[in-house]
Write a protein that binds this ligand. Sequence first.
Ligand SMILES: Cc1cc2nc3c(=O)[nH]c(=O)nc-3n(C[C@H](O)[C@H](O)[C@H](O)COP(=O)(O)OP(=O)(O)OC[C@H]3O[C@@H](n4cnc5c(N)ncnc54)[C@H](O)[C@@H]3O)c2cc1C
Length: 554
Amino acid sequence: MKVHDLVIVGAGLAGMRAALAALEAHPHLDVAILSKVHPVRSHSVAAQGGINAALGEHDSWEAHAFDTAKGGQYLGDQDAIEAMCRDAPGDVLDLERLGVIFSRDEQGRIAQRPFGGAGAVRTCYAADRTGHAILHAMYEQLLKRQVFVYEEWYVTSLLVEEGRCRGVVAWDLVHGGLRAIGGKAVILATGGSGRVFLTSTNAVINTGDGMALAYRAGVPLEDMEFVQFHPTTLKGTGILITEGARGEGGYLLNTLGERFMNAYAPEQMELAPRSTVSLAIGREILEGRGMDGCVLLDLRHLGRAKIQERLPQIRQLAIEFAGVDPVESPIPVQPGAHYQMGGVPTTSWGETDLPGLYAAGECACVSVHGANRLGGNSLLETIVFGRRAGLRAAESLLGLAPRAISDQTLRAEAHRIDALMDRKGPERAWEIRDDLGRVMSRNLGIFRTKESMTEALEQVRALQGRAAHVSLQDRGRVFNTDLIHALELRSLLDVAETIVAGALAREESRGAHYRSDFPARNDRAWLKHSLARRTDHGPALSHRPVTITRFPPT
Ligand SMILES: Cc1cc2nc3c(=O)[nH]c(=O)nc-3n(C[C@H](O)[C@H](O)[C@H](O)COP(=O)(O)OP(=O)(O)OC[C@H]3O[C@@H](n4cnc5c(N)ncnc54)[C@H](O)[C@@H]3O)c2cc1C
């Protein structure tokens, strides 16, 4: 079996930043990254609007921390929030030094734009392709350091022996075949799980694999009920229309032509936190002031030149996928699943409950976003906590001798995949996946009730039953995407079950979790994190206190 010092699962921003950090500090380490797609196809590449850092003279990391804690409705752990906001300026300037081409202001400094829930102009950007700019610069650094990349390898299981994570088992998509890959430490950087929902801004690869890998290895998942619905996704497709469009001055209209945010958040208007704007749009649509399940995002007053300079991709997407040129007409938009605030619980150095296992980026729950993430804080999270996890994991393995690992997990996984390949059942993975998306979008969207979620739980369990009868149409070993979809389905179902269980239990409304039957926030009973631990009968829930340092909940 191949054994590396450090194995990183995921080649998005968190994974690549972790690899670089480990190698910057300890150049002799053998670091490997696995990714189920080519690294620059990771979802980080799709990030549009920007990354937050208090760089300006009129801003401070304390103000950034306050906005983050408040925007997350005080469910974020404030020690972690402080670490992120304090590190942000240095980490963003490091990105510039690594070669990221940020947009510039008149003085030639990194340009910043206003974003939702922020008390200062704080979001650094590269037009509306910020993720693309950062991910490509990071990949060049990875090539320069000759990090070994297992490209198009799908991790199916963690290797856990004697209470420690010692590597992974992965399927080689290109050639077919399963292999155990040892690591003295493993970092999960597998991104989000937005594809649990049908209408989602997420790439089709965002199936929550890392969360499910940890969950099945006995690590609990934290705050899974908090799924962010982005207010503005393109009608019918779920394609993201960045908050940067509102940051640049775009506004929202209902079918009466009213700027309805005036009734919901008269001070912040369109730049209120996302949960507030999504709820407002949901209400307008429910009360009949929407059109085809959408409201309108109007950019026309910005003028052609500004739209072309600051939001070129948005214009292109609207023309190609909705037949609307934002220079001439408002864009029809609707809320869609966007970001998982919960995930694998970690310390602010990426450590999980399982020795040898670290997590960073969207799959982790540090937790900095609490009940609602502010736009621009997620790219930041990948950079800051990717770096921290990389450093800490690297330090932890110095001096550890390589150790033989049994082939028990490898054999069990091989048996599971062989059985799937041989099975003759009536079910198809894609059908169950679509049904799951529909159930979750219908019953666990912006508005939730006990009835809707109870129904969802029953349906998710029924879908788990059907998933046991999935058979493949492609039984070949080489580039078998049918097999990968079937493996991903298990992750989606596991993650969905924890979302529903957490949401059903939490009898209050906070941030992205809005219950029509419990519309108020209840700090007395619910200012606490949820933890879902896997059992044979579904997730068992427990709780953990929130760390509060300088910002008492108001
Ligand atoms: C359309 C869109 C726009 C966004 N815009 C912004 C923005 O402007 N600002 C902001 O702050 N945030 C934004 N976000 C959120 C942010 O981009 C993501 O949260 C962040 O990029 C996630 O990075 P990551 O490194 O954690 O994961 P990802 O970039 O998603 O990478 C995950 C990696 O894990 C690998 N992987 C997953 N499962 C497996 C497996 N089983 N085996 C092997 N490899 C696996 C994948 O191949 C991939 O390499 C946006 C999100 C979306 C969807």
